[in-house]
Write a protein of this length. Sequence first.
Length: 342
Amino acid sequence: MKTDKFNYNLPEYLIAQYPSSQRTDSKLLVAIDSIKHQVFRDIENYINKGDLLILNKTSVIPARLHGEKSTGGKIEILLERFLSNHQTLTQVRSSRSPKVGAELVFAFKGKKFLATVIGRQDNFFILDWSDDPKYLFEQYGQIPLPPYMNRAAEKLDEERYETIYADPDKKESVAAPTAGMHFDQELLNALMDKGVEFGYVNLHVGAGTFQPVQTDHIEDHVIHKELVEVDSELINQVKRIKASKGKIIAVGTTSVRAVETAFQGEPSAFKGETSLFIYPGYKFKVVDHMITNFHLPKSSLLMLVAAFIGYEEMMNIYKIAIEKEYRFLSYGDAMLLKYYEV
């Protein structure tokens, strides 16, 4: 399938630069039997007792640091993941790419921290640090707002570029699982009181989520790998809810990828890397409803949505969303979609 089929004209003014005043104030496009235009808090009307809501509990690390090469020249780095106590996989932006052996210097509060480039992995650099890099990022890093937000991170982003159920012990994502950011505690409590079940996965979102598919045909694309944890408790929840005919509702494409990964063969707990690329033709094993934001043109996330509801329906929904001036991308509005096998 041609990648160009997943291109569309996204007006820049529809790219949300800031979140809505309240989390549940975002608009919600519901595409189940027909298309309805709602407010996100209305999603309670579509989730019932005995349904399972799957949430990604990862949290965002302040992943952006600014420094310089020891030979001079400013650099900006964006963490992809921690490889060990002293090594990271990292994007490095500079006027000239550093070579293996190059030393990078980061100065904060009168103290210098050093990182040495010891290798490459695809478009990433492997850095070896003189100090604990996790401490360094947590203390001095900046919230890694996506590149389409044309502004620096602000104080409000520390709270809003995160889900309210994020686990602080799982602080390894460089991008938020944004569909979950529409929930506030009041809405979660209302769903819980209604008898809705909650299940949790952990998928550490990597910077590759923002990269467009660059191959001419989507089948030739090699998707970025992300770390996933799905425990046996969720596996058992899914089996039980499916047996009782409840809905399996994944909050965000990250939750979809995580739980679908665990069900690729015999369903079992899974901990490791996933390279599952979901595009039209994929048959979903678990998820039958999905909550998601509006995604970038030519992105793997857009292809996942097309696999879920069909290409023509996906393009029609995006056309309507643009006409109705929905807000797009991380701080934008949401959709509730039902799976149709095509």
